[in-house]
Design a protein around this ligand. Structure first.
Ligand code: GUE
Length: 286
């Protein structure tokens, strides 16, 4: 029997806790604030930013969306980041990707104050994650949300074999670090990995984050494994599908996340959680 990991339900639970935490913070004179900067008119990005904004406001947070033209220069974007770095009402800054080609994305990531780095992408915060540094710092929200789901379903990575397919800065690498810090034995696979499917089949915990629709199916999964699908792909009919073929995978997996309704809602909930934490750490010194 397979358990479908209900990301929407876990996100609801996280959001309920956030709403209470925000109300308490507001009572103490601190309203957590997030600024989302979006460059250009990509319709998918705009919808996604609007959803984040709506969620933040619903939870009682201060939320700013800064829409910039596609022609925005590197210098202009840096100036706006500097503005939010100095703005006491903003605790988290998110620069929505993708960015137009005239923008140097790594330099933008570096320009955000690490204490306001709500994505957890700044090298200072990535370095802390890799070194399992003590203390409080933001961690990339998608992998962190996945760890929350594993915890909610009683799946302890310690001693387990984990395979992460995908080596991005946003998902694969921080996912591998979190699983390693949680005492899993982790292999990071990618487009150049030989015998990828055979490797996938060794995993007790399989995380797939490639952007290749239905790369993995039931034949590539160990009986009873936990399968986490980070993919958000479109099939030929424009329907949202994952990197895992859900129908065949669920015949084999012990636990599996659906798309939609798995990792996606947890990413947003964790983003809000991180914003609240940044506000606490900076304004209350917690
Ligand atoms: N700096 C930055 N940080 C990000 O975190 C970031 C970004 N840029 N650029 C774009 C991607 C995309 N992303 C999503 C997260 C959740 C859903 C989500 O909630 N998806 C729902 C439904 C989606 C639908 O039905 O279309 C689900 O999976 O159930 C979608 C997309 C965060 N991103």
């Amino acid at each position: 029997m397979t358990t479908i990991i209900d990301g929407k339900a876990v996100a609801k639970k996280v959001n309920a806790a956030i709403q209470i935490a925000v109300a308490q913070l507001v009572e103490q004179g601190v309203q957590p604030g997030i600024a989302v900067i979006i460059v250009g008119e990509d319709p998918a990005s705009k919808i996604y930013v609007r959803n984040k904004n709506r969620k933040a406001e619903k939870l009682g947070m201060h939320s700013v969306v800064r829409q910039l033209p596609a022609t925005t220069t590197q210098a202009e974007l840096l100036a706006i980041i500097a503005e939010y770095n100095a703005d006491k009402s903003i605790h988290g800054i998110l620069v929505q990707s993708p960015l137009p080609e005239q923008i140097n994305e790594p330099l933008i990531t570096m320009a955000i104050d690490p204490k306001k780095d709500v994505d957890g992408f700044h090298p200072t915060n990535v370095g802390k994650l890799i070194t399992n540094f003590p203390g409080k710092y933001p961690v990339a929200n998608t992998p962190r949300g996945i760890m929350t789901m594993l915890h909610e379903y009683g799946i302890n990575p310690a001693g387990k074999t984990a395979v992460v397919i995908g080596r991005s800065t946003i998902v694969g690498k921080p996912m591998a670090a979190l699983l390693t810090n949680a005492n899993a034995t982790v292999t990071v696979a990618h487009s150049r990995t030989k015998h990828l499917k055979a490797l996938a089949k060794t995993a007790d915990i399989l995380v797939v984050a490639t952007g290749i629709p239905h790369l993995i199916d039931g034949n590539d999964i160990k009986l009873g494994a936990t399968v986490i699908d980070v993919g958000m792909d479109r099939d030929e009919n424009g329907k949202l599908v994952g990197d895992v073929d859900f129908d065949s995978a669920q015949e084999v997996a012990g636990f599996i996340t659906p798309v939609p309704g798995g990792v996606g809602p947890m990413t947003i909930a964790t983003l809000m959680q991180t914003t609240v934490e940044l506000a606490k750490w900076s304004d209350l010194g917690e």
